[in-house]
Design a protein around this ligand. Structure first.
Ligand SMILES: Cc1ncc(COP(=O)(O)O)c(C=O)c1O
Length: 372
């Protein structure tokens, strides 16, 4: 069986867990601080705070903007439901945008077409680790006084013009769910280059308490001026993230080599499409597009190859959003095509080139290509 994803948590984690158990210091400690510092170094962001998930980070980011109820937020129709849910949690109005049919990513033309005077923010998703023209989007947002939030759940290691993504918007939110490039089980971080935004997020993630533990003159003495949450990350989770991040450049290189190999092996299969090699993609997965998606998917599963779909339903047509917004399919044609045709092939450091070749061989067999 070739797994769809496998973690690369160094064995050293057992010793760290046992040290944490001995000290009993489960939160607010050296691993959360260490992970935040390492994450700042890796992404080049000025500020970073760990949170309990990317969804929590997106929720806090949108809340921290302080937008009026029912303000419109643009969200690509092709994403994990966490992206649009974060907007809904904050009592704002989601306005879904159709996407590029080959990459599933947000399109600048759609942003321009759908921006109204009520549009106050845009959630950009770097789907599968690929970026659309984020600089152009950033400039547009600046001109129109619209906030830009980057959902970087797939994009650890993705750069655009030499700058790590997540640094283009007011906020960049990353996920450490088990299938992601590094995992803490559940977990996430928010990066930003705005000091005031950073402090807002830090307060909101910890009940709205006004003073960090280390800043309290007397233990237990603090005040609460706003309705915050408990979206913190534990030391155990942070330790896992920190260990993996330290090795991440090596992992990222292997991801890129795997992507190159898929491209080389599959380039003559005319029944499938994929995006050209991009040295700045994080290669969260390797997406292929085919009209025979479901039959190929079933075939690969039968051959014991772990595959997935990101995502199988365009967000406006998930029952919750369908009921709430009642949107017309004709405005989301490309996202529907993408949802019907994409397959995620596995990419992770432990995946061997032999396994990549086997996956490609099975895809070629499915389409009746003879191996040379
Ligand atoms: C694009 C995208 N955004 C947000 C999330 C939510 O991340 P988390 O599970 O860390 O809350 C995911 C989850 O997989 C995702 O794929």
């Amino acid at each position: 069986m070739i797994a769809f994803s496998k973690h690369s948590i160094p064995k050293k984690i057992k010793k760290i867990f046992s040290d944490i158990l001995k000290t009993g210091w489960f939160t607010h400690g050296k691993y959360t601080n260490g992970f935040e510092n390492e994450f700042k170094k890796f992404t080049g962001a000025k500020y970073c705070t760990v949170v309990s998930s990317c969804t929590a980070g997106l929720h806090l980011s949108i809340l921290a903007l302080g937008l009026k109820k029912n303000s419109e937020v643009l969200v690509p129709a092709m994403s994990h439901t966490a992206t649009s849910h974060a907007v809904e949690y904050a009592n704002l109005k989601v306005k879904f945008l159709d996407v590029n049919p080959n990459s599933g990513n947000i399109e600048f033309t759609e942003i321009v077409k759908n921006t109204t005077k009520n549009t106050k923010a845009i959630m950009v998703v770097h789907l599968n680790g690929n970026v659309s023209d984020i600089k152009k989007i950033k400039n547009f947002c600046k001109k129109k006084k619209i906030f830009l939030i980057e959902d970087c759940a797939h994009a650890l290691g993705t750069k655009y013009q030499n700058k790590h993504v997540g640094n283009y918007g007011i906020s960049g939110c990353f996920s450490f769910y088990p299938t992601k490039q590094i995992t803490t089980g559940e977990g996430g971080v928010v990066i930003t280059n705005s000091k005031s935004f950073y402090y807002k997020i830090k307060k909101l993630k910890a009940f709205g308490i006004d003073k960090d533990i280390k800043d309290r003159k007397l233990p237990g003495k603090y005040n609460v001026k706003e309705l915050g949450f408990n979206y913190r990350m534990t030391e155990l989770h942070a330790a896992m993230g920190l260990l993996q991040l330290k090795n991440y450049n090596k992992f990222l290189l292997k991801r890129k080599l795997i992507a190159k190999r898929y491209i080389k092996n599959l380039s003559n299969v005319k029944e499938i499409d994929f995006i050209d090699y991009n040295k700045d993609s994080s290669y969260f997965i390797f997406p292929i597009i085919t009209k025979l998606r479901d039959t190929l998917l079933k075939y690969l599963i039968k051959k014991k190859i772990g595959v997935s779909i990101h995502y199988a339903t365009s967000l406006p047509f998930m029952s919750y959003y369908k009921k709430k917004y009642n949107l017309n399919k004709t405005n989301y044609k490309s996202s529907i095509i993408y949802a019907d045709r994409n397959i995620s092939l596995p990419v992770y450091p432990k995946l061997s080139f032999k396994e990549v070749d086997k996956i490609c061989l099975e895809i070629k067999k499915f389409f009746n290509y003879k191996e040379k």
